[in-house]
Design a protein around this ligand. Structure first.
Ligand code: SF4
Length: 364
């Protein structure tokens, strides 16, 4: 296959770039969206985002799980962290995400005395709970299908070990419902998708077939090296030039058409779909994973009676539009002036996978 041969001979990448430029003369201006935070960073870091401008715009969509966590949820978590007996644990990025009030975050709460611990995996949080039986340890489970199996596995382990002071606040989200909401939104303006290789490793590449089948949009499941991304862009451009939208799996060295059945079964065993708010997209039918009733003893939302309303963005923050791909980071009036990685206003600047953080670090 074309992309495999180019990947094995990096010096031939110049040929890929030339082909993409030739195809852009046939297609006219196009907008290609990546929907994975790791792609966002890789495209920015490698300089690929600026390589084909102005004919090909590479824009970032709702691919950063921390960024799409709504501010109302963060506000509720901040309140939970006020309880002296509760230890909040999560991945580092989420600890810096603001709620609806600028400057508030779990890290700030920690500085003020809250029990907040940065962990590398949910199993670390479970171990913390075992070591501290007098404390309630809550793990904030955030991510897409990539992290959902590990979180599910941890919950089953907590059940098996009977760790009663451990619970999970499930903020996990499946990707397909959000993509459907995005594509069906009035301001949607994208010609094709670079689909997330990590998610597809779990779901299978076939899980993205709805993009060409239901919406006539070409889609390529891509790996993360510069050569992967360039070859994926070429594959998208070929489909756009031929007007034959389809699904191609460029990341064949990892992704299978049907994905990882054991991981999918783990998700099905523990979670069920629920309507859920995504920052930038609003309420998405089926856009969240909920812990099934049979595991409700380990569901932090039920244990601590957590509820949240649709969140407000911090004043001036344009993250919702950035997440939808309708605004580039540099078009936000706060970008680099008021909002910086040292003093972020919105989550897109906080997260190591956020579009604004990528643009700040590598582009503008
Ligand atoms: Fe949000 Fe800051 Fe990005 Fe503006 S620059 S969209 S405030 S993260």
């Amino acid at each position: 296959m074309l992309y495999e041969s180019y990947f094995k001979k990096p010096k031939d990448i110049a040929g890929v770039i030339a082909k993409v430029r030739d195809l852009a003369k046939m297609t006219g201006p196009v907008r290609l969206m990546e929907i994975c935070g790791t792609h966002t960073m890789a495209i920015s870091r490698s300089g690929i985002r600026g390589l084909f401008l102005p004919e090909i715009q590479l824009i970032s969509g709702p691919g950063c799980p921390v960024c799409v966590t709504p501010s109302g949820v963060m506000d509720e978590i901040f309140k939970l962290s006020d309880h002296k007996n509760i230890v909040i644990t999560s991945y580092g990025d989420l600890l810096r995400v603001p709620g609806s009030r600028r400057g508030d975050s779990l890290l700030r709460r920690k500085a003020l005395g809250a029990h907040v611990v940065d962990v590398y995996s949910p199993m670390d949080a479970l171990a913390l709970a075992r070591k501290n039986p007098g404390k309630e340890v809550v793990f904030l489970g955030v991510g897409f299908e990539t992290t959902a199996p590990g979180t599910a596995s941890c919950l089953l382990e907590a059940v098996r070990q009977g760790v009663e002071n451990f619970s999970i606040l499930c903020l996990l989200k499946p990707t397909e419902p959000a993509l459907r909401t995005l594509v069906e939104s009035p301001d949607f303006n994208v010609s094709g998708f670079l689909c997330p290789g990590h998610v597809a490793a779990v779901t299978g590449s076939d899980a993205f077939a709805f993009l060409p089948e239901d919406y006539g949009l070409p889609a390529v499941v891509s790996g993360f090296e510069g050569a992967d991304l360039l070859c994926s862009i070429l594959l998208l451009m070929e489909m756009l030039a031929d007007k034959t939208p389809g699904l191609v799996n460029e990341y064949v060295r990892l992704v299978r058409p049907k994905g990882n059945p054991a991981a999918q079964e783990m998700i099905r065993r523990v979670f069920e779909p629920v309507t859920c708010e995504w920052r930038g997209l609003g309420m998405v039918p089926g856009g969240g994973f909920k812990i099934k009733d049979e595991f409700s003893d380990f569901d932090a939302a039920r244990r601590f009676h957590l509820t949240w309303h649709e969140g407000k963005e911090p004043a001036g923050c344009r993250c919702a539009q950035v997440i939808r791909g309708s605004l580039a980071p540099g078009q936000c009036p706060l970008f680099k002036t008021v909002c910086t990685p040292q003093d972020p206003v919105g989550p897109c600047m906080v997260s190591s996978e956020g579009s604004c953080a990528a643009a700040f670090r590598y582009e503008l």
